[in-house]
Write a protein that binds this ligand. Sequence first.
Ligand SMILES: [Zn+2]
Length: 89
Amino acid sequence: MKYVLVLLVVMFAIGLWQHNRRQVHRGDQARRAPPPPPPPSPSVATAPQEMVVCAHCGVHLPVGDAVNGTLRGVYYCGAEHRLRAEAGK
Ligand SMILES: [Zn+2]
């Protein structure tokens, strides 16, 4: 009979503990503020871009705007400078 009583007390304690835990968890969720919106991802315009130099006139421009030359690593500011440079100046 003693053991049954101890078992009942232990089960009651476990039930109370689980009930409290659930309440704390729910309280946490309610109290927690919604997560702040993620910072705006850097747009293409503000992201750092590799700069290259026109092999004909020497102007600096982003690699995305440059025209590739036939030689690797040679860039031009436009098709006209590429034609002029590769036609032999
Ligand atoms: Zn140029």
